[in-house]
Design a protein around this ligand. Structure first.
Ligand code: SF4
Length: 328
């Protein structure tokens, strides 16, 4: 009998059935990490609505992936009930292996040439006013997947011209010209998450470099000053308050206008453990600190995620910029 690992990272017996895909082969033999009990304020809505089923149907009909499902996002019940989903392009398999992420790792398939049309069609069918497009890391591709991002943006512009577009990209590390390719296609929001404080990169985001990610955000603003820039971090991984405040300062120096701060939740026992559950009051306190540092928009709460309420936040961001420009 084959020993398989399910999504919780626990070993089980495969029997005669085909072995389940190991989502995180690099983590399978790591020791189990302790799991902290979730506090009462981490409550999520069960994904049972009719709108949820319709969203699932559209996503499945177009053969698309969503980060909502692949990352086991706690907001899926709420977002999908409202017909919001975040599309994850370039496949469901990531070439990195971050210690916090539930997306499967391994060797990905080549990009689908028809993916841009399918994403655009799904956006139109779902009547999205604001579409959020993200992807897995594609270190195996010469451009890191930048051309596919650009093709998706162009396809959405043609099929759903009234829809604003936000891209949440990988860091494109070592891929010259990738950022330029994405920005030339004209997204409304360029989002790249720093994820955590620099001191935790070696253990939490070992395939990435903090200052590279920061520079990516800064260059996005330099290359396309009209595009809103956005970045986010998770808290609860062992960072200090001072380190979080320093990340805020770094983001502001890079011209980032919108910061998202949410609670890290441990996907499986093989992932990095939660070191602390911040209270809602602590998130409010971080939000106040971020506002004082000059961000145009701040989203900070236990269940804040990059794409949560992204449409409404984009409208608020536009209004905030207009107010700043008029000096109101
Ligand atoms: S917060 Fe983002 S990833 Fe999570 S369910 Fe909503 S749209 Fe999907």
């Amino acid at each position: 009998m084959a020993t398989v690992f399910d999504n919780t990272g626990k070993a089980g017996q495969g029997g005669d059935a085909a072995p389940a895909r190991v989502r995180h082969p690099e983590k399978a033999h790591r020791p189990d990490q302790p799991v902290m009990r979730k506090p009462a304020w981490i409550r999520v809505r069960a994904p049972l609505s009719r709108a949820h089923a319709e969203t699932r149907g559209i996503v499945a009909r177009h053969g698309l992936a969503t980060v909502c499902e692949e990352a086991a996002c706690p907001n899926i019940g709420e977002c999908w009930a409202q017909g919001h989903a975040t599309f994850m392009i370039l496949g469901e398999v990531c070439t990195r292996a971050c210690a916090f992420c539930n997306v499967a790792t391994g060797k990905p398939a080549p990009p689908r040439p028809d993916e841009p049309e399918h994403v655009a069609e799904a956006v139109a069918r779902m009547e999205l006013r604001h579409a959020v497009i993200t992807s897995v890391d594609r270190d195996d591709l010469a451009d890191g997947g930048a051309a596919q991002f650009a093709a998706v943006i162009i396809a959405i512009r043609e099929r759903a011209p009234g829809t604003s577009i936000e891209v949440l990209t990988p860091d494109f590390r070592g891929k010259a010209g990738a950022l330029e390719t994405v920005l030339r296609a004209g997204p409304d929001v360029f989002n790249h998450n720093l994820e955590t404080v620099p001191g935790l990169y070696p253990s939490i985001r070992p395939g990435a470099r903090y200052y590279h990610s920061l520079r990516l955000l800064e260059r996005a603003k330099e290359l396309a000053p009209g595009v809103f820039t956005k970045s986010g971090i998770m808290v609860g991984l062992g960072e200090t308050r001072e380190q979080v405040l320093q990340v805020m300062d770094d983001m502001r120096c890079a011209g980032v206008e919108f910061i998202t701060i949410g609670q890290y939740l441990q996907p499986t026992r093989k992932h990095a453990p939660v070191r602390k559950f911040y209270t809602p009051e602590e998130f409010d306190e971080l939000a106040a600190a971020a506002r004082a540092k000059g961000f145009l928009m701040v989203a900070s709460s236990p269940l804040t995620r990059s794409s949560h309420n992204a449409g409404a936040d984009f409208e608020a961001l536009r209004r905030a910029r207009a107010r700043t420009a008029s000096g109101a």
